[in-house]
Structure formats: structure tokens, C-alpha cells
Design a protein around this ligand. Structure first.
Ligand code: 8YV
Length: 315
């Protein structure tokens, strides 16, 4: 019996430069098969690595159809779409692309905060509609000096905080436990954080551990003068509660790069100038996406050559 091929499974369309890198291996593109389950039943043996995005992950049924799988490589820092506990129980290691996107995601969070408080996109629409009259545009809210709460003080949350120090804002945060060596005020819960903030920026990871963390109660604590920015995952926010709070004016506005069911955006938000709607673009710059693709490829390459991933997700 000859040794099986060491095949790589591509789960979804990826950055062109990363797809070009995958060509150096025997790679199969699952998303191009009309019947993926039948394809895997026939060809699953010999697939040792899967390359996927944060959005798609490797679903349980795909994992179960791959008896030789040993590595899952994510293009993206988030990996909540893959059951890592299940993977590791089977001896499959998992990697993501941390650090390389931190700057761009933090930049966009600050941009979103300024946009929604100063209503930049709405003002642009106003000018384009030809409605500009002297003093005609409503006054907005000052950003500098405000109280900003950051939910999740990981790499991205810290980078957001560092940027906002330059705006003279008063920073506080909530995470599972207080972070070592951090001078910002720690709030014991998301609700307490929101109650003491003019703006709440969501920078946690997604997945079960943070699902619905920004609840109706948290939004009410943020209050009618408060703004929400979400660059994390739509799942972290109770989206129906957010839509209700925005349409009823129980919070002042929101800048949203992520949604519960992308690319579907709740219809009532489309009519609100108090909301900035972005199509999940926080990491989407040439520089960062190339760096993410490079790091994903380094993970695959090291696994294929040495049997280890370069940036495995934490245990
Ligand atoms: C990307 C992201 O949109 O890294 C993540 O977790 O959500 C974004 O950077 C995504 O990874 C692209 O698939």
C-alpha cells in the first residue's frame, strides 16, 4: 500500500496571494465542490491540514470526515467558528493570525467612534443630497475628554486604549479579570463599565464565552447619551436589543463593523443616521491582509515541513 498524499483542504475563497501559496501543496478547494460531503467521504483520507477563514472555520461535520487531519490554519485572529476543544481532543492543532491586524482593527475602532459621535458619514450624505445650508447641520458630540469603556482588554483592546490616550479620554475596561500593569479603571461587569462610560467599545473575542454579553441591560446602562462601537463579533451584542435601543433613542448611536448574521444588516438600522454601518472591514487594508496571508501561510508551511504550527491559538 503506498503512503497517502499529504493533501491540504481549502475551505473557502482566500486572499489571492495565500491561494497562490497553497499551490505549492496538493490542495483541494472544498467550496468549489457541488456536494462537499460526498467529496469528503471519497477524498477525506490523506487531508492533513485545512486552511480556512475566521468566518467559515472548520465545522464539526467536516472535521469528522477528515481522519488524518492534524492542523487547522485560520486566516484571521478569530476562530470561534472552529470547535478548538473538539479539535485538540483529536490531536488537531489550530492556528490563527494574531498581532498583524491589531493596528488596523484599533484604527478602525477609533475611526468608528469619531464617525458616530461627530456623525461624519451622515454629514457626508447630507452634503451629497445638496441640503447644506449655513448652520443647518445638527450639532454633534465631542469625543476628546469623554469616558470610554473598553470591553475586552486583549491585544486589540489595548491598542484602542493607547490610541485614545491621545484624545485625553478617561479609560476604563472590563475583562474576565483585571489585567496586570494596567492603569485604566477596572469595571467588575459589562453593565458597570457601560454605566460609567460615554462610549463602549467592544473588543472581545467571539464564541460562547461572550455571546450576548452586551445585553439590553448593558445598553440601558450606557444610556441615551451613550455610543456603542463594535469591532469584535456581532454575537457579543444582543442585536434585537441593540436595534430597539437605537430606534427608540435609548442609546445615542452605534458604529458597527460586525453583525449577528453577516452580510445581513437589520433593516431598521438602514434608516438611522445615528448608526455607522460597515461591512466587516476592520482588518481590510492591503498591508494587513497581506500580513495575515503571510502569517497563515507560515503556519501551514511550518506544519507541512516540521509538523508544528507557528502561531497556535492559546490552550
Ligand atoms: C476578517 C476577522 O474579516 O480576523 C478576524 O477574526 O474577523 C477579520 O480579520 C476575517 O478573518 C476574514 O476572514
Amino acid at each position: 500500500v503506498s503512503a497517502p498524499n499529504r493533501t491540504v483542504l481549502q475551505m473557502c475563497p482566500l486572499l489571492p496571494s495565500l491561494e497562490a501559496g497553497l499551490k505549492s501543496y496538493d490542495t483541494v478547494r472544498l467550496h468549489e465542490h457541488p456536494d462537499p460531503a460526498a467529496f469528503l467521504a471519497e477524498r477525506g483520507r490523506g487531508i492533513v491540514a485545512a486552511v480556512t477563514s475566521a468566518r467559515v472555520g472548520v465545522p464539526d461535520d467536516v472535521m469528522d470526515a477528515l481522519p488524518d487531519l492534524k492542523a487547522i490554519v485560520h486566516f484571521g485572529v478569530g476562530y470561534e467558528t472552529t470547535d478548538v476543544v473538539r479539535a485538540r481532543a483529536r490531536g488537531i492543532d489550530v492556528s490563527n493570525t494574531p498581532d498583524v491586524l491589531t493596528d488596523c482593527v484599533a484604527d478602525l475602532a477609533v475611526g468608528g467612534l469619531i464617525d458616530v459621535m461627530r456623525r461624519l458619514a451622515a454629514a457626508d450624505r447630507y452634503v451629497r443630497r445638496g441640503e447644506w445650508t449655513p448652520n443647518g447641520y445638527p450639532l454633534t458630540a465631542k469625543v476628546s475628554g469623554k469616558r470610554v469603556g473598553i470591553l475586552g482588554l486583549g491585544r486589540i483592546g489595548r491598542a484602542i486604549a493607547t490610541r485614545l490616550e491621545g484624545f485625553g479620554v478617561e479609560l476604563s475596561y472590563h475583562s474576565r479579570r483585571p489585567a496586570d500593569g494596567v492603569a485604566y479603571r477596572y469595571a467588575a461587569s459589562a453593565e458597570e463599565l457601560a454605566a460609567g462610560a460615554d462610549a463602549l467599545i467592544v473588543a472581545t473575542s467571539g464564541g460562547d464565552g461572550t455571546h450576548g454579553l452586551v445585553s439590553a441591560a448593558v445598553l440601558d446602562a450606557l444610556g441615551p447619551q451613550g455610543y456603542l462601537v463594535n469591532v469584535a463579533r456581532g454575537s457579543v451584542v444582543d442585536e434585537p436589543a441593540l436595534v430597539a435601543a437605537l430606534t427608540e433613542g435609548r442609546i445615542a448611536g452605534a458604529a458597527l463593523d460586525v453583525f449577528a448574521d453577516e452580510p445581513n444588516v437589520p433593516a431598521p438600522l438602514l434608516d438611522l443616521d445615528s448608526v455607522l454601518l460597515l461591512p466587516h472591514i476592520a482588518s481590510a487594508t492591503h498591508e494587513t491582509r497581506e500580513a495575515m496571508g503571510g502569517l497563515a501561510f507560515t503556519n501551514l508551511h511550518r506544519f507541512m515541513a516540521e509538523g508544528v504550527l507557528h502561531t497556535p491559538v492559546p490552550r
